[in-house]
Design a protein. Structure first.
Lengths: 306, 92
């Protein structure tokens, strides 16, 4: 039975562009996945190309034509089929991209440690910031689901990401010149963690300074239906009434509007307000409440009298 | 003695050098240090003005471009970009 996301989790996704489920996948399935791909010690790896070739030749990860339904994608009983069948993973996917989601692409990202680059006499560099995969002006959004089969320590340079950037429309590596962005985060997690990114979220792979290989299995999923109240089939969600602005009442409990209106340290003073407006517009699409507002951002400028 | 250029790019919270640094990049033409994406979580200076006070010379700043009609709410790249340089002499 799929465990759909809560309204609070959806608001978190709408505002930050990401959700995480720590240690969700059990140890046995993580081990099955690692055994299936032939995980080994870095000393056993001669070249990146050979390592990938071997995984492609022997693992149960199938070649999946773009546009294939997720439910038909993975062999029954395979580690990936078990992961996507997990009630929380299944529920999150159904909440964000619906019950008939299709696969855009998948990839097993492998980041090799310093030792490998020294042996190969290559410069070890991080991946620059980027947004997958090309300029995307749609209101519809895809998600990228990440699975981490091993622990990822800080030294392993887990995926760097920038919460709240998902609604900024840029062209892939057009953001590569931003080496560091205030509030940047890296995924440091326990084995079996699942992360879900809005396809617009800015990110990049970090440098692996540890002794071990880092893995991240990624699948990009597309919806085939309108992404409206997919997490709330009984349509219980109702927008909250207006509240006082600036001269505020701190005695009131925090609501999901506080989640939706969260700011980030990298946002410019002026554009931060547009970022909030875009979160409200995104929330209108997600909830189907086409006139709803938070903190009057859109109501104020929709009052056109001429 | 040869001269080499070090470039510091700061993205500020405001279109004024008084604005706080929200993003930064460094490219070191002396070859002494290799900077890369994600290599520091703390900005090198609190504001653009602090970079000037430390001897960085501003050589380019982003223009203020009015939003396209109909696209006023579209957000994209970081807006307030400032390029600084320092020239360093040495045997490179």
């Amino acid at each position: 039975m799929a465990k759909l996301l809560t309204t609070e989790q959806m608001a978190e996704f709408a505002n930050s562009g990401c959700l995480f489920f720590d240690e969700l996948i059990d140890e046995r399935t993580n081990k099955e996945f690692l055994d299936d791909i032939g995980h080994t010690d870095i000393d056993e790896v001669d070249s990146v190309q050979d390592y990938y070739r071997n995984i492609k030749a022997t693992s149960s990860i199938p070649r999946i034509p773009a546009g294939t339904k997720l439910k038909d994608a993975y062999p029954k009983g395979s580690p990936l089929e078990k992961i996507f069948s997990h009630e929380v993973v299944d529920g999150a996917i159904k909440s964000l991209v619906g019950s008939n989601t299709i696969i855009d692409h998948q990839f097993l990202h492998i980041t090799f440690p310093t030792k490998y680059f020294k042996q190969a006499n290559q410069r070890q560099m991080s991946q620059q910031n980027h947004q997958d995969s090309t300029i995307d002006p749609r209101s519809t959004f895809d998600v990228q689901l990440f699975y981490f089969p091993t622990e990822v320590t800080k030294a392993m340079g887990g995926t760097r990401y920038h919460p709240g950037t998902h609604l900024r429309i840029v062209n892939e590596f057009g953001i590569a010149k931003y080496q560091n962005i205030l509030g940047q985060k890296s995924i440091v997690c326990k084995p079996g963690t699942i992360g879900i990114f809005h396809s617009g979220l800015w990110h990049g792979a970090g440098v692996n300074f540890s002794e071990n290989i880092r893995y991240m299995f990624k699948v990009r999923l597309q919806p085939t239906e309108k992404q409206e109240l997919l997490w709330d089939p009984e349509k219980k969600y109702q927008p909250l009434p207006n509240r006082a602005l600036y001269w505020t009442d701190e005695r009131k409990d925090k609501t999901i509007n506080d989640i939706l209106m969260r700011s980030y340290p990298w946002q410019e003073a002026d554009t931060n307000r547009l970022d909030k407006i875009n979160v409200v517009k995104f929330w209108r699409l997600l909830t189907g409440h086409k006139k709803m507002d938070v903190d009057y951002w859109l109501t104020r400028i929709e009052n056109e009298l001429y | 003695m040869a001269k080499r250029q070090k470039v510091l790019v700061l993205y500020l919270k405001l279109p004024s050098l008084e604005g706080e640094v929200i993003s930064w990049a460094t490219f070191d033409g002396t070859g002494k240090k290799l900077h890369m994406t994600g290599d520091s979580d703390e900005p090198p200076y609190p504001t653009g003005l602090d970079a000037l006070l430390d001897g960085w010379r501003l050589f380019q700043a982003s223009q203020a471009i009015p939003e396209h009609p109909g696209q006023e709410f579209r957000t994209s790249y970081l807006k307030h970009e400032f390029f600084f340089e320092k020239l360093e002499e040495g045997d490179f």
